[in-house]
Design a protein around this ligand. Structure first.
Ligand code: ATP
Ligand code: MG
Length: 401
């Protein structure tokens, strides 16, 4: 067994010794059976949250309303979730109520896909009542039970199906596939935050091109923020997702493919519930990308963008205009910069006011910007005395004109 399971085994044993059942479940078991590396293990148990708290001295209520608590053990902590069934889906979203149960099988039955409905005990014994191992062997994504019913209960599962296709390079079983198209409209009711999380995993998967095409073909993309009637743009987007782009760069590529500008960019990113910081960064990269279509990089644009933003913009540019892309140029220009931000200027606004014996006003920031430009382009060294001389000459020149 992989180390992560071995390290967590004592947690399962402690729960068992107290008279309950405990198993590894979910993605870690699936990934283990697939021979993929696992990031963390999830534990499911017949013990109620209150009963777990009597077993472990250190716990945190991370999602106690769903029956999940965090258990500290040794150097690690684990999410332990009480077996539950979910009943009463009235609005195609979250279950109305969570019912804790003592049956593993019933807990596995509420899970989305057969490959995710497998349990493993601490010795490595597999409990697989819904044929999950077969599905993994055949590399297919198939719902536990009737797909129409399961997608009706929670429409996010449809997006998860396509996300797993992208991540695992599985295909979607025929009935499950047909059900995606038939039920796509149910995605309307799903919160953007939940869509975002699955969509981003999809965007990073090795089969993302196929996954995006499937979103478009099945009609699911109509119910994703800002993507209704954007099939042509989505296909173009997927066709340009060839190089090694990070998530920020992928979002900027999407902004570009959608042809958004100004306020539309803000609205689109906000609809997807991106954080304020991310929106700010994506907008910076996007605006440098648009700039890049008009101009080659120069010292000033690299300075203004900053190295990270400039590189990201150039990478996105490269995915659109492969032969014209040059990360080298960006890096070389950046290396040539005498300063990287205004704070590094050898003069301050106060110096300039004193030299010119003038009250502050709009002239000051204009003058500072001129000094900054002169330094960036190497017209004057970034030294106080030299800058004073340069400024005097510059002012004489401006008076003449
Ligand atoms: P990953 O490796 O990306 O974390 P995962 O399969 O562990 O994939 P999670 O979102 O972490 O996915 O969910 C853990 C488990 O909970 C799943 O394997 C599945 O059994 C169950 N699950 C998660 N979301 C749903 C859902 N919307 N409907 C039914 N079961 C779900
Ligand atoms: Mg997981």
């Amino acid at each position: 067994l992989p180390n992560l399971f071995k390290e967590a085994a004592p947690v399962l044993e402690l729960i068992e010794n107290a008279g309950y059942e405990a198993y590894f479940v979910g993605g870690s078991v699936r990934d283990h059976l697939l021979g993929r590396s696992i990031a963390d293990v999830d534990i499911a148990t017949s013990a109620l949250p209150e009963e777990l708290k009597r077993i472990f001295s250190k716990t945190v209520d991370v999602g106690i309303e769903h029956g999940t608590i965090l258990v500290h053990h040794g150097r690690n902590h684990y999410e332990v979730t009480t077996f539950r069934s979910e009943t009463g889906y009235s609005d195609f979203r979250r279950p109305d109520s969570v019912t804790f149960i003592r049956s593993l099988k019933e807990d596995l039955q509420r899970r989305d896909f057969t490959m995710n409905a497998i349990a493993m005990d601490r010795t490595g014994q597999i409990i697989d009542p819904f044929g999950g191992r077969d599905a993994i062997d055949q590399r297919i994504i198939v719902t536990v039970g009737d797909p129409d019913a399961r997608f009706g209960e929670d429409a996010l599962r449809m997006l998860r199906a396509v996300r797993f296709l992208s991540q695992l390079s599985f295909s979607i079983e025929q009935h499950t596939f047909e059900s995606l198209a038939a039920n796509s409209q149910r995605l309307e009711n799903i919160a953007a935050e939940r869509k975002l999380s699955e969509f981003e995993k999809l965007l990073l998967g090795p089969r993302r091109q196929e996954a995006i095409q499937l979103l478009s073909k099945s009609g699911m993309s109509r119910y994703l923020p800002g993507l209704n009637e954007k099939n042509r743009q989505l296909i173009s987007f997927s066709s340009h997702l060839t190089s090694d782009l990070d998530l920020a760069e992928i979002w900027v590529l999407l902004l570009f493919e959608l042809g958004l500008s100004g306020k539309e960019v803000d609205n689109f990113l906000r609809e997807w519930k991106h954080s304020v910081q991310k929106i700010k960064r994506y907008k910076q990269i996007h605006s440098m990308l648009l700039h890049r279509f008009e101009y080659q990089w120069n010292l000033e644009s690299v300075y203004k963008a900053g190295l990270d933003v400039a590189i990201s913009a150039e990478k996105v540019f490269g995915s659109l205009r492969q032969d014209e892309c040059s990360l080298e140029v960006v890096i070389q220009l950046y290396d040539l910069l005498p300063i990287y931000n205004r704070r590094q200027l050898a003069v301050s606004g106060n110096d300039v006011m004193t030299w010119m014996t003038k009250q502050p006003g709009p002239w000051l920031s204009e003058t500072m910007a001129e000094i900054e430009r002169a330094v960036i382009f190497g017209k004057v060294p970034n030294e106080k005395e030299k800058l004073k001389e340069w400024l005097n000459a510059f002012n004489r020149e401006s008076e003449k004109n």
